[in-house]
Design a protein. Structure first.
Length: 440
């Protein structure tokens, strides 16, 4: 079956299902393969559950006209998304980066949605399966789209760009994450830079943080032409901004440099590191000619979710929940932020960082050093990687406690609860630090 033929069917059944536990009636079921399953074996179940068709790549499971045989189901899904993308004439903003991707995506969506019917990546559907599903969810009613692209190795962003075909794009930043897959920080720059490569080749518009030496070097090396800058100090910025207050919510002043008009906005985000994310969204709003009132409504109305810079008030503590993921770059700025916040008693609760490869020991030791030098009252480190580097604190007077596992930490916190404190909880997703929240 050709992509064009499959697209004709998709137009009549424009809902995609990939999980037989969540089959939408009348949908197209794509029988994707995983490490431990082959969804071809579930095709019949999908049809029985209400799918109009099942797209399969094993002829053994073709049991009638509702079973559409292709060479490779994943490739067929990606090709269908590419075909659908080519039918769209709306602006598509693609973004990637080491840190802040999802927050920036949500902020851009919040701003653009004040004026356009905008579709944005749902949750973390930002990989080789999620991006096609996102593109295929865009319909004729949408006027703009925001597509998040994640990667942990070279050529992944390149692939996702061929699917999402962004007309506009930005890299939030480049830093220390997925070092094992990318092969070090230079590998991260190369991998994330594949978005710049695509925008250069396609003549797209690139939004660049003019304060970032890395991003400016990367865009200059490629000779990007359709540039729109934002940040704090570059005189060429379309939008510039600065923090007025961060205790713990960010209030900022921003200026549209094309009109020289300035505005203030209070966000529901914490962390000076979120200034760049907010300015990116404001810049895109200005570029698409939204009014200052619309832009500020989008920024102030966005409430962080998914445990990214999310502030939670409990009966006795203020929690900064930032345990969706962690890497040395995001860990360092989160620690710095807690150090700067005005609070009577400040506590760091830090869990291991994953996918550090050969750099793991050095990076965990560096985070311990950073935590010890930051003005907080208590420091709790959780996980084997941190424990293996605990010698970093031998000669220091500041208090630090190490636990091998989250379970050990939970038992200790139950016995000696923390009260009347501002607490940062941060670690990699695999540490599942959300288990600690109920203890505070």
């Amino acid at each position: 079956m050709t992509t064009a033929d499959l697209y004709k069917i998709f137009q009549k059944h424009p809902v995609i299902s990939t999980d037989t536990r969540k089959i939408a009636t009348g949908s197209l079921f794509f029988a994707l393969k995983g490490e431990k399953f082959d969804a071809n074996t579930f095709a019949e179940q999908a049809i029985a559950s209400g799918a109009a068709y099942a797209v399969i790549d094993n002829p053994e499971y073709q049991k009638g006209n509702q079973y559409l045989l292709v060479e490779d189901v994943l490739a067929a899904l990606q090709d269908l998304a590419r075909y659908h993308r080519r039918q769209l004439t709306i602006p598509v903003v693609g973004l990637t980066g080491t840190n802040g991707k999802t927050t920036t995506k949500e902020l851009i969506n919040a701003v653009l949605s004040q004026h356009f019917n905008t579709y944005a990546t749902q949750g973390n559907l930002n990989n080789h399966i999620g991006v096609p599903l996102t593109i295929l969810s865009i319909n004729a009613s949408h006027e703009a789209a925001v597509i998040e692209m994640g990667a942990n190795h070279q050529k992944e962003i390149e692939l996702l760009c061929t699917i999402s075909q962004p007309s506009h794009g930005l890299i939030t930043n480049v830093g220390k994450a997925h070092l094992e897959g990318f092969g070090g920080v230079e590998g991260v720059k190369k991998g994330k830079g594949e978005l710049y490569d695509y925008l250069k080749a396609s003549g797209g518009v690139t939004f660049v943080n003019g304060d970032s030496a890395d991003l400016m070097t990367m865009q200059q090396a490629r000779g990007l032409e359709n540039l729109v800058l934002y940040g704090t100090g570059n005189p060429s910025n379309l939008v510039s901004g600065k923090i007025i207050e961060n205790s713990p919510y960010l209030i900022l002043k921003w200026t549209n440099n094309s009109t020289s008009e300035s505005y203030e906005v209070k966000s529901q985000l914490t962390g000076a590191y979120n200034l760049d994310n907010i300015l990116a969204a404001i810049c895109i709003g200005v570029y698409f000619k939204l009014s200052p009132e619309e832009i500020n409504a989008g920024i102030s109305g966005y409430q962080p979710k998914n445990n990214r810079s999310q502030i939670t008030q409990t009966a006795t503590n203020t929690l900064i929940c930032d345990y969706y993921n962690a890497n040395p770059s995001s860990m360092a700025v989160a620690i710095e932020n807690l150090g700067k916040i005005e609070a009577k008693h400040k506590v760091l609760v830090l869990g291991d960082m994953f996918e550090m490869g050969q750099e793991s020991a050095v990076e965990h030791a560096a985070i311990i050093k950073k935590a010890m030098e930051t003005p907080v009252d208590e420091r709790i480190f959780i996980g084997g990687e941190f424990v293996s580097q605990k010698s970093e604190v031998r000669s220091r007077k500041s208090e630090a406690i190490f636990y091998n596992t989250a379970e050990d930490a939970i038992a200790a916190l139950k016995a000696n609860p923390i009260r009347n404190a501002t607490v940062l909880i941060k670690g990699s997703r695999g540490m599942a630090l959300e288990r600690l929240v109920e203890l505070f």
